[in-house]
Design a protein around this ligand. Structure first.
Ligand code: DC
Length: 228
């Protein structure tokens, strides 16, 4: 069977990464979390004094962007890929509210996107990947054989995200999480470069009322019809 590229785009916290990971595992493809790359750049900015409050030092980030190396390394304990920033495992740090709160302005910077898109395209040269993000089916892989656009009601997304944070021992309220999601959706959809947008040939999947099993079944059916 020929290898294809599966591009999964959609809003924040609608379960894209869970579905992308599950699908990749089932079909034996490599999963790539493009959001983790923008989160890692954001962590770099936070750790290197490139933020003053909400103000991002774009000039210095431009000088340093070439020194920011992001890679994914399989963790033998979990069987999943962890995100590395300049050789350091930052998988846990990049999922914090502190990073989530600052990632949208970083992901809106043109030269940051250019660099990340370049790295993502290189990861897809051999095909056989499932990549999730916001611009995968539109900008990164406009010729992907299967494109899925995922969405779910904002309150359902906020509740799922809150449960994730609580499970990790982070403190946050439902309102705070809902507000953060709404802010990110707005910035992601209205930015000039690589905005979150449904590709014309994407299949829409609203998973507000779907169980993970139902969703996985649907995805596998879509994969089977697009990969032969
Ligand atoms: O999917 P996520 O929540 O981990 O993404 C983190 C942020 O990165 C989010 O604000 C959107 C942005 N992002 C992006 O702009 N383009 C992508 N391909 C993936 C994520």
């Amino acid at each position: 069977m020929k290898k294809i590229i599966v591009a999964i785009d959609g809003h924040s916290s609608c379960g894209k990464s869970t579905m992308a990971k599950d699908l990749a595992k089932t079909i034996g493809y490599t999963y790539i979390d493009s959001g983790a790359m923008y989160r890692a750049v954001t962590l770099y900015c936070l750790e290197n004094g490139l933020f003053t409050g909400d103000e991002l030092d774009v000039e210095n980030l431009q000088k340093e962007i070439k020194d920011i190396r992001i890679s994914f390394v399989k963790n033998p304990e979990t069987g999943r890929s962890d995100t590395y920033l300049n050789g350091r495992n930052v998988e846990r740090e990049i999922r914090s509210m502190g990073v989530a709160d600052k990632v949208s302005p970083v992901a809106a910077v043109g030269f940051v996107r250019e660099e990340m898109v370049k790295q993502q395209q290189a990861m897809g040269l051999e095909k056989g990947i499932v990549m999730d993000g916001r611009d995968i089916g539109t900008i990164v892989f406009p010729d992907a054989e299967l494109k899925i656009f995922v969405t779910a009601a904002p309150e359902i997304r906020a509740q799922r995200r809150l449960e994730e944070l609580i499970a990790k021992g982070e403190n946050a309220s439902f309102e705070e999480v809902l507000h953060n999601l709404a802010k990110r959706d707005h910035i992601d959809s209205t930015r000039k470069d690589g905005p979150l947008k449904q590709a014309e040939d994407a299949v829409v999947l609203d998973n507000s009322d779907l169980t993970i099993n139902e969703q996985n079944k649907k995805l596998l059916e879509l994969f089977d019809t697009h990969s032969c």
